[in-house]
Design a protein around this ligand. Sequence first.
Ligand code: MG
Length: 394
Amino acid sequence: MNAMPRGVAAVVVAAGRGVRAGGVTAKQYRQVRGAPVIRHALSLFIDHPQVTFVQPVIHRDDATTFAEATAGLKLRVAAFGGATRQMSVRAGLEALETEQPRIVLVHDAARPFASPALISRAIAAGAGGAAIPGLGLTDTIKEVDAHARVVDTLDRNRLRAVQTPQAFLYDGLLAAHRRALVAGREDFTDDAALAEWAGIAVTVFEGEAGNMKLTTEEDFTRIAAADWAALGDVRTGIGYDVHSFVEGDHVWLGGVRIPHPQALSGHSDADAALHALVDAILGALADGDIGAHFPPTDPQWRGAPSDKFLAFAVDRVRQRGGRIAHLDITIVCEAPRIGPHRDAMRAHIAEIAGIGIDRVAVKATTNERLGFIGRREGIAAMATATIRLPAGAQ
Ligand code: MG
């Protein structure tokens, strides 16, 4: 027998193919809030101080996708699931046999938003044998027949909508799964139902409304819309920059190298378009300007690609919990022609900003041969940035 403390294990089941959420990617590998659903779900348990072992169960065909989605996470080697949820949970339980945990939590990978407090409640309740999170119902529930005729109105005070993580004494649940296998019962839709069948008393503890299961396309759309709506503090900044021409054979504009019989003079790569854009983002944050953050007197920025400055400004937005909504640049010059490079600039900027290319505009105009720009002494650029910060922040 193992004399070590037996600890708490979590079996996270992700073996389903998620066809209900549509698309080719199984729902547990889709992105939500900046990471795959399954990465969120596994991290809940990895980060929980009371959980010792995290055992993923995946579909055999998803091994590569899983490895990419969970890169860097401290996990046990994934077990391969079976054709039913029940078979997959059993595979996870069997994979933990060498660890002999005292308590096992069984969680659906499609529920990425459980709180640490819910997991703590599950562990405390699971010590009693079997416990599941449940929520009271607010809708009235009708029972219908095959013709959709109501045959009964159920007493909703006696009903609970059940979630995961479900918590069990490991030995009892493993034994129940093995008995079900021998009995040819492979039809239980959750572990509580299997435990009930095995004669284990199951209690319900308080679940969480936020612990939703991402099942349909609408679930993903709703979360994205809610996250966007929560960034209700909309701000706009403006930026302007000029660099003069010197001898050379190319210019940098919008992060793109453009062959040209002159170069732009400056301490860094002299990319006036990106400099204007960085100032626009910093302006929207009311966070100084490019010269304050990257002094031209600092030798480390000599010849530096302006991508670095843009990445810095983007990161300042992220640090505030915000997102960039839109970027718009106008380049003013007689030459070079910007049009052929417009989409390359947009793609480059969109990638650094972490947004879609449809949120980046690059426009160009000449100065009608007037002034210093018209005399081809330099290039000017203007930009605006629209960003969204969490509503209610100071
Ligand atoms: Mg500049």
